[in-house]
Design a protein. Structure first.
Length: 157
């Protein structure tokens, strides 16, 4: 392992420990180390600052990074990348009153809804209603089936 790889590992540990002041500086230049042919790595590395910035109470920047994660990885089928994108989106939930955070969660709610469908038979209407989607329709089992979700990314879920 070289010094750059060790810095990335340190930054990930600080992110998981929710110590963003230590993580963010180490993560800022990581995506620039990779060229466009390494889209999966760029997306994965961008997910860490997205989470750390949310933890640092920087929801606008975190939302911007989360959007970059998903846009960069949009045509990949990496479960790891999809999971990291969902983690970044989940961390933005507490900032629903911040337009940038709310917008990125709404734009990519299909990632969150797909995860909800896996863990329970139907998804919650809460995110559709929050995003102004009037297309929520009654689903099987008395729950809510979410319809009309715009899918800008095609991450395999």
């Amino acid at each position: 392992m070289n010094r750059e790889e060790l810095e990335v590992m340190d930054a990930r540990v600080f992110t998981e420990l929710r110590r963003p002041p230590r993580a963010v500086p180490l993560l800022q230049d990581v995506p620039a180390r990779y060229d466009a042919t390494h889209a999966r790595e760029v997306a994965l590395h961008r997910s860490w600052p997205a989470v750390a910035l949310a933890d640092a109470n920087e929801p606008e920047q975190a939302a911007d990074e989360a959007r970059r994660v998903i846009d960069t990885s949009g045509d990949l089928s990496s479960e790891r990348t999809a999971a990291r994108a969902r983690t970044a989106l989940h961390r933005l939930k507490e900032y629903e009153d911040v337009p940038e955070a709310r917008d990125v969660r709404c734009d990519y709610r299909h990632l969150l809804l797909a995860q909800a469908r896996r863990s329970r038979p139907t998804c919650s209407a809460g995110l559709d209603q929050q995003c102004g989607n009037d297309n929520a329709a009654p689903g099987a089992g008395g729950g809510v089936r979410c319809v009309g979700v715009r899918q800008r990314a095609s991450i395999r879920l």
